[in-house]
Design a protein around this ligand. Structure first.
Ligand code: PMP
Length: 498
């Protein structure tokens, strides 16, 4: 008799029906049915893979999703049940067996049982979890004064001057807000005000934030299309799955022709073009390699049509790519740059920096005030983040350890057929997993298994991409060579067992 099981209840029903042997794979044992639990129920487990001589380390209990929703009573499942009730069952949560984190320090996170995880995902606490220099600055200012930007205060000026000094001279005027979404929303308003147009172009697999206007650009969750007449989407540039199989200059040109086509389509519809909003490393698209020549050509096309070039550096900024800003590698200076996430290392701090002529024209027509943005505590925290980046040479570290990891991951690709492509920019990696290297058929199920097995082994990574098949790895900037070795040896081991 062959029976399948999905939940704890299914397994108990099987036991009640005198089933005593279950055929399982290692993944099931790691994520859903622990060997320990099977022993308790008197079940014998035989493994799918005959080469498996020993069972992997079991995870106690069943998959909490089932456990909680089936009314089990471990503290973790109770917490999950309360979360479901309050935030909704569909509120995003990572991992099939969610992690309950209680503490962070440097590149490490700790769960409620004291289990240690190497954080290879979070790009917000980029200079290290709970960095003492930053928590001290935060506490000091919170104990002194916290108001808003409508009073004179030195910190916002000192911070803003120091921040703009890291950018091209033309990018000299700043707005401070609390989230990347607010920064991008403001960028849309400024671009539309400045150009007098409404038409914005974005890519077909992106995310720029959670406001109503940005939602129209968030094609990652809408199969690449936007419902707004004011948004047009274009394929993001890439060399791994190149448009129409083109290569070299022809490929770059083909992607730029798409942008020109979107601009022309706006014109046909009587919509004036306002600008292109993109992340300079296309982080949410899966970190593609951009064909040479693309940036210069695309900037010309956008500017010739009177549009502004908006670079969303919410993910790519503050040293992530081994440079302070990712735009530097494009050779193009944007008209507007937005930033956030690592800017406050966890404190909600984000910003927009643009040219004087652009900001002045916007201010001639519109008032913008943000209650919390740029308050004294936020600016002290932002300043402390810049201190740590400098004092601990973290950008240089990102470049050095990033190069070491890129090299090692490419070696893993030689060993494991599942890895179709390895892409890296500083300490940011996208590993595209495919079932077959020729057809490049995405391997989303395997990708999820890798992510969950890595978590079981104490390493937090995740996945991204239109096909959910790109392993996304963003170590914290103080990542060491030793941390990198641990990441790679664990990944090697997991891929061996997939
Ligand atoms: N831009 C990019 C490129 C992002 O990845 C995100 C968030 N993932 C945002 C903007 C939105 O930032 P926030 O969540 O702080 O609003």
């Amino acid at each position: 008799m062959i029976k399948t099981f999905y939940t704890e209840q299914d397994v108990q029903d099987l036991v009640a029906n005198n089933v005593s042997v279950l055929q399982v794979d290692q993944y099931t044992v790691l994520t859903m049915l622990a060997k320990e639990t099977a022993d308790k129920l008197g079940l014998q487990l035989i493994y799918d893979n005959p080469d498996t001589k020993t069972a992997p380390q079991p995870t106690p209990g069943f998959w909490p999703k089932h456990e909680a929703r089936n009314g089990r009573s471990s503290p973790k499942s109770k917490l999950l049940q309360r979360r479901d009730k309050l935030l909704g069952e569909k509120s995003p949560i990572f991992y099939e067996q969610p992690v309950h984190l209680v503490r962070g320090e440097g590149v490490w996170l700790f769960d409620e049982d004291g289990k240690r995880y190497l954080d290879v995902y979070n790009n917000v606490p980029s200079v290290g979890h709970c960095h003492p220099h930053i928590t001290a600055a935060l506490t000091r200012q919170a104990q002194t004064l916290n108001t808003h930007t409508r009073y004179l205060h030195e910190t916002i000026i000192n911070y803003g001057e120091r921040l703009t000094a890291t950018l091209a001279d033309s990018l000299s005027m700043a707005y401070f807000v609390c989230t990347g979404s607010e920064a991008n929303e403001l960028a849309l308003r400024i671009a539309r005000q400045y150009t007098g147009g409404m038409g914005i172009i974005g890519t077909n697999s992106t995310y720029h934030g959670n406001t109503a206007a940005l939602f129209d650009l968030d094609t990652l969750f809408s199969a690449g299309v936007s419902m707004s007449p004011y948004i047009r989407t274009v394929p993001f540039p890439e060399t791994y799955r190149p448009l129409r199989g083109l290569t070299g200059v022809a490929l770059a040109e083909a992607y730029v022709v798409e942008v020109q086509g979107a601009i022309d389509a706006f014109a046909t519809d009587g919509i004036k073009f306002a600008g292109l909003m993109v992340c300079p490393i296309f982080a949410n698209e899966g970190l593609p390699n951009v064909p040479a020549g693309y940036w210069e050509k695309v900037a010309n096309v956008v500017r010739n049509a009177g549009g502004l070039l908006i670079f969303d550096e919410v993910q790519s900024g503050f040293g992530r790519t081994g440079k302070v800003w990712a735009y530097v590698s494009t050779g193009i200076i944007p008209d507007i740059i937005t930033m956030g996430k690592p800017m406050g290392n966890g404190y909600p701090l984000a910003g927009l920096i643009s040219r004087k002529d652009i900001v002045t024209k916007f201010q001639d027509h519109a008032m913008y005030f943000n209650t919390f943005g740029g308050n004294p505590v936020a600016c002290e925290v932002g300043m402390a983040v810049l201190d740590v980046l400098e004092q601990e040479n973290l950008i240089e570290n990102a470049a050095r350890v990033g190069a070491y990891l890129a090299n090692g991951l490419k070696k893993l690709q030689e060993k494991h057929d599942l890895i179709g492509d390895v892409r890296g920019k500083g300490l940011f990696f996208g590993l595209e997993l495919v079932l077959d290297r020729n057809s490049k058929t995405p391997a989303p199920a395997e990708t999820k298994r890798v992510v969950n097995l890595m978590k079981e082994r104490g390493i937090l990574i995740n996945y991204i991409g239109a096909h959910d098949n790109i392993l996304k790895m963003r170590p914290l900037l103080p990542f060491s060579i030793e941390n990198a070795d641990l990441l790679m040896s664990t990944l090697d081991e997991v891929l061996e067992n997939i």
